[in-house]
Design a protein around this ligand. Structure first.
Ligand code: SF4
Length: 347
């Protein structure tokens, strides 16, 4: 079996909630709560969930922008949490991030050349001439004319700026790219171009992607496997083809139902969720999804479901554990047809 490039094991990141004059800790925001997954070399793993599900905290903890409270993160077998100073800098060369809003992540006073070159300068890579050649090569790779390298970010469209930020992320020849909602801020007409570019780069450069998104439809054509998170926990994880063909967890059903689909034959029944995502400070008892689940049972309100393995998949749901066909059970509920619509929040 191939060794994972990134292995996240029982990762936990809780933020204390403090109150009063003495700032006593009165609770915790359980942003990432016992999360485990592996990403194999050259694989694209998508982590999907609504705003507030913990995916951004997960990325920041893996990149060591937050210190983990518990668990391990191994990159190519090296412990990220234990790395310090020069070791961490070296590891960061191999792990780069592409942000959701390319404009906000670029200094407007820097030219495109300086933006792409910055990482090479910081890490002391190459001579000035070699760095300039690398900038030209990277701009060509992401489909931009190198003649524009002395322009500023505001002189480019949103899609072009995302291409620049991908070129910047590739400058140090990383092995893992963390793609944090890389297309959700772009026009729909541009999104597929960036997805195609990411696919091509993955093939050409043998890259591994950790793709973070609020939208399951967005990651369908790029991901090999999908992890679905809800209130800090993994609720389902599966090979992409299996998950899209037959979601098991009711939350995955709701994410798929809320995603627009191009193919009318594959449209799904509209499942509308009640209420917003509850507060992660005091998550609901039992199954954290039970207040919104259309097929919740009594046991769901009291007993926390464990992640169970079914073939290549993991799922956290009492109904699945009892052999209930969740798709058919959801279809039978009237609530997706007659409840007051309350759209799934994204962002
Ligand atoms: Fe719904 Fe119960 Fe499954 Fe939670 S455990 S998703 S409440 S059926």
């Amino acid at each position: 079996m191939t060794e994972p490039l990134l292995s996240v094991q029982h990762l936990k990141k809780w933020f204390p909630v403090r109150k009063g004059f003495f700032q006593r800790t009165v609770g915790h925001v359980k942003a990432v709560d016992d999360v485990s997954f592996d990403v194999a070399p050259r694989e694209t793993l998508a982590v999907v969930g609504e705003s507030g599900c913990g995916k951004t905290t997960l990325v920041k903890t893996i990149l060591r922008l937050y210190e983990p409270d518990d668990g391990r993160m191994l990159f190519d077998g090296r412990d990220l949490a234990a790395a310090s100073g020069s070791e961490l800098r070296a590891l960061r060369r191999d792990m780069q991030i592409v942000f959701q809003d390319p404009g906000a992540s670029m200094n407007p006073r820097m030219t495109v050349r300086s933006i792409i070159e910055e990482g090479l300068v910081i890490h002391g890579v190459g001579t000035k001439r070699e760095r300039q050649d690398r900038v030209v090569e990277l701009l060509q790779k992401v489909g931009l004319d190198p003649a524009f390298r002395n322009r500023y970010p505001h002189q480019f469209s949103g899609g072009q700026r995302q291409r620049i930020s991908i070129a910047r992320a590739l400058a140090l020849s990383p092995r893992l790219l963390v793609l944090d909602e890389p297309i959700s801020a772009l026009d729909v007409s541009i999104q597929s171009q960036i997805v195609n570019l990411l696919n091509d780069l993955k093939q050409d450069l043998g890259l591994t992607y950790l793709f973070i998104s609020h939208d399951l439809a967005m990651v369908e054509y790029l991901s090999d496997r999908v992890v679905v998170m809800y209130l800090g926990e993994i609720v389902e994880s599966a090979p992409a083809a299996e998950l899209y063909a037959k979601p098991l967890h009711p939350y995955t059903h709701s994410l798929l139902a809320s995603a627009p689909r191009m193919d009318p034959d594959r449209r799904r029944a509209k499942l509308v969720l009640k209420d917003d995502v509850p507060s992660p400070i005091n998550p609901p008892s039992g199954c954290r999804f039970h207040p919104r689940c259309p097929i919740a049972m009594d046991v769901c309100r009291t007993d926390k479901p464990q992640l169970i393995q079914i073939g290549d998949r993991l799922v956290r749901c009492h109904a699945v554990e009892q052999g209930i066909d969740t798709g058919a059970a959801i279809e039978k509920t009237t609530y997706h047809e007659h409840a007051t619509p309350h759209e799934v929040h994204t962002g």
